[in-house]
Write a protein that binds this ligand. Structure first.
Ligand code: 13P
Length: 345
């Protein structure tokens, strides 16, 4: 592993350098099916490919997007002119990444909770993905807040699996993104979200440490600390920024080069505002950037609706969100920047 350390560090640093962040385009075929269904488009290998091509060929997006997380089907697909997607990305100075977990499955003995699977054969799969161009990977654990939940049992098994995944990635020269997502669904308060996120990160970093993870060669993908979506509590942008930073400062070692937040179903603009508010309170020990799925893809999906004639509008919508999030990663986002696009549209 020692000789891989430099490569891992360079990859992790490159992803969060210069105010750039990650496009999470690693939806499984099932999740992508739901997204396409939402705009009335049938999910086929070709419609999934077309939408991803639209995103990956958006000119100028590479100013704000340093890496893209792909799904197994997508990393093997090509552009309309036959260029494999990972090659297309490398040509634009964008690093291809790959989701390697196989999903969250019911946890035996605590069926309301889940454990993320995908460790079997992972070493061999990582080797293949490296050959296909992937230089970083993602594994997502899902932690649910509810009556008596999460159990410590659920946190332990998910943290153990995350660390096993991260260790295998580092062995194979792939920088792991460690994603323990505390869901924002529920009626819980922001205090509860803070306590659970704190417990989760504590358990995860304990395992990462035991399993000899090189912190400089990984990235953390955390949730922001917010009240549950069905909670009566209101939290301002400043509240969310401060509570999230409190937890991160207590729980995340300064040697981790970057935190790339997930959006978790927040509105697109709110996800940007929260990142901006956190960076405005910097400098921090780690770079704070984004690894957004829905918050980057919802506007282009809506503009596209499966029609070739809408591709340019969809790309403009995606470029705008990428630009706003890139600005937030540099603490330069403003309502005026947000308005530029509405004014132009
Ligand atoms: P969202 O930003 O839509 O939460 O997706 C990010 C992601 O990759 C979740 O695993």
């Amino acid at each position: 592993m020692t000789d891989h350390r430099r490569e891992l560090e360079e990859t992790a640093q490159a992803i969060v350098a210069d105010g750039r962040g990650i496009l999470a385009a690693d939806e499984s075929n099932r999740t992508m099916g739901k997204r396409l269904d939402g705009i009335g488009v049938e999910s086929t290998e070709e419609t999934r490919r077309s939408f991803r091509e639209l995103l990956f060929t958006t000119e100028g997006a590479e100013q704000y997007i340093s890496g893209v997380i792909l799904y197994d089907e997508t990393i093997r697909q090509s552009n309309s002119d036959g260029t494999p997607f990972p090659v297309l990305m490398q040509e634009h100075d964008v690093i291809p990444g790959i989701k390697v977990d196989t999903g969250a499955k019911a946890l035996a003995g605590s069926p309301e909770e889940t454990v993320t699977e995908g460790l079997d054969g992972l070493r061999e799969r990582l080797e293949e993905y490296y050959g296909l161009g992937a230089r970083f990977a993602k594994w997502r654990a899902v932690i649910k807040i509810g009556e008596g939940l999460p159990s410590q049992y659920c946190l332990n098994v998910n943290a153990h699996a995350l660390a096993r995944y991260a260790a295998l990635c580092q062995e194979q020269r792939i920088a792991p993104i460690v994603e323990p997502e505390v869901l924002m669904d529920g009626t819980h308060t922001i205090d509860t979200a803070a306590v659970v996120t704190r417990r989760t990160l504590h358990t995860v970093f304990n395992e990462l440490c035991h399993q000899r993870i090189h912190f400089e060669g990984m990235l953390l993908k955390p949730n922001m600390v917010m009240p549950g979506y069905d909670s009566d509590e209101e939290a301002s942008v400043d509240d969310v920024a401060e509570r999230t930073l409190d937890v991160m400062y207590d729980m995340v070692p300064a040697s981790v080069p970057g935190l790339v937040f997930l959006s978790g179903g927040q509105s697109d603009e709110l996800a940007t505002e929260h990142l901006q508010a956190m960076n405005a309170r910097g400098p921090h020990p780690w770079t704070l950037s984004f690894s957004y799925g829905r918050a980057l893809q919802a506007p282009p999906l809506k503009a596209w609706r499966g029609e070739e004639e809408n591709v340019a509008a969809a790309q403009a919508a995606y470029l705008h969100r990428a630009k706003c999030n890139g600005a937030a990663a540099r603490a330069e986002y403003s309502p005026e920047l947000e308005q530029e696009y509405s004014a132009a549209a």
